[in-house]
Design a protein around this ligand. Structure first.
Ligand code: ADP
Length: 389
């Protein structure tokens, strides 16, 4: 079955058309700067070159119309559409077929992720209107975390506040963590029961997974919590917000922008949010870049131990996403801080570059350490087949 996977943001729309049976990706691309001057579509087809199509994209409807026009030429009938939804809120313990009701839920929980959910709901609606013969599936990034134990998701705030505003740990990257569990389990079989999946990209989160069930994760009500990320600060004392507001005179919106867009590795390194630039800076003796790396290793190792504690043990660690898949230096930096736990990686295996999942720990390591390239689009497509197949 061919599935079109759509990942819509407020000003972008990523798409991928793939065959779930063969895993072949026929086409993929990104509509960028929707509603902003200078919009374009970056498009790539199986065996072809990347193309940049400069087209006016005043809104998401125009973008989808273009995408379907481009895909028409490939001549692969679309059996279903899977929509990545950032926030499933209190409604989605798993993926769901789009109906009037489930679509309304995506909008109802949108205040938790306003930049994403409204655009995603609009795009789902447009797809339903334009192609009523094709089924649509909602794949929320939070669904995998929905059933974690209450002691993990509940915040120690007054119960009426928690209930009224649906405040809890929702987590994120759930589709990626679910894919990582699936892949590790396929490869390791019974050797893996307690996995810490380390999704380290420009957004980053860890997830404790015991026999396929999420036990805890590092992102919270929103994806600002947990690890230090490219431009996000991760966990800090919540009173920092009151202090910046009352004493620093920053508005709540200023603080929101500061903590989401001007913090993290970018702020500490004062160079870049990209780990490659920071590694280069550190090699050239830049002390701020070195501190950014040290803090990243420190926090990742610390939260790894927190995830292990939530499962009362850990047997497997898997690195994934931009940094986790591509940076031997970052992997070694995190693993070295876990040497006290008996974690040992093989330096030669750590240097290997490959698109295949692989073990990089030594045979005598207390924990099996792996690199597992993530594939959220494939996981979304599998859900579409399961629900519409
Ligand atoms: P997201 O999907 O959250 O935007 P990614 O998982 O694509 O992020 O990760 C992007 C980050 O991965 C980059 O900002 C960069 O810091 C890091 N990275 C390190 N090496 C590479 C590489 N070879 N290719 C891509 N990203 C890399």
């Amino acid at each position: 079955m061919n599935v079109l996977v759509i990942n819509a943001g407020s000003s972008s729309l990523k798409y991928q058309l793939l065959d779930v049976d063969t895993k072949e990706v026929y086409a993929k691309g990104n509509c960028e700067r929707i509603g902003i001057e200078g919009s374009f579509i970056g498009h790539e087809e199986l065996g072809g070159e990347k193309q940049k199509l400069e087209v006016a994209l005043p809104d998401h409807k125009t973008a989808i119309t273009y995408v379907f026009d481009i895909l028409k030429d490939i001549n692969k009938p679309i059996g279903g559409i899977g929509h990545r939804v950032v926030q499933g809120g209190w409604y989605f313990p798993e993926s769901a077929v789009v109906t009037d009701e489930t679509l309304a839920w995506v909008r109802e929980v949108a205040p938790l992720a306003p930049l994403h959910n409204y655009a995603e709901a609009d795009v789902i609606e447009i797809c339903r209107e334009m192609f009523p013969e094709i089924g649509n599936v909602i794949v929320p990034d939070t669904a995998f975390h929905y059933n974690m134990p209450e002691r993990a998701w509940r915040y120690a705030l007054p119960r009426d506040v928690v209930d009224t505003y649906h405040i809890r740990k929702y987590g994120a990257h759930g589709t990626s963590h679910r894919f990582i569990w699936r892949t590790v389990h396929e490869l390791m079989g019974d050797k893996t029961h307690k996995l810490v999946s380390c999704h380290l990209g420009s957004g980053a989160s860890l997830c404790a997974i015991e026999d396929g069930k999420c036990m805890d994760t590092t992102m919270g009500l929103t994806p600002l919590d947990g690890l230090i990320m490219g431009t996000r600060c991760g966990t800090l004392d919540p009173a920092t917000v009151f202090y910046l507001n009352r004493v620093g005179g920053y508005s709540i919106d200023d603080i929101d922008t500061m903590m989401n867009k001007q913090s993290g590795l970018l702020a500490v390194s004062a160079v870049s949010s990209d780990s490659r630039d920071i590694e280069e800076g550190a090699h050239n003796g830049d002390a701020n870049c070195q501190m950014a790396l040290d803090m990243f290793y420190y926090r990742t190792a610390q939260l790894f131990a927190e995830m292990a504690s939530s499962m009362e043990g850990v047997d497997t660690m898997a690195f994934t996403a931009g940094i986790g898949e591509n940076s031997p230096e970052m992997r070694a930096g995190v693993a070295d801080r876990l040497a006290w736990m008996g974690v040992k990686i093989d330096p030669a295996k750590n240097e290997i570059r490959s698109d295949e999942p692989r073990v990089i720990s030594t045979p005598d390591s207390s924990i099996t350490v792996m690199v597992v390239p993530t594939n959220e689009e494939y996981m979304i497509a599998l859900d579409v087949v399961d629900l519409l197949g």
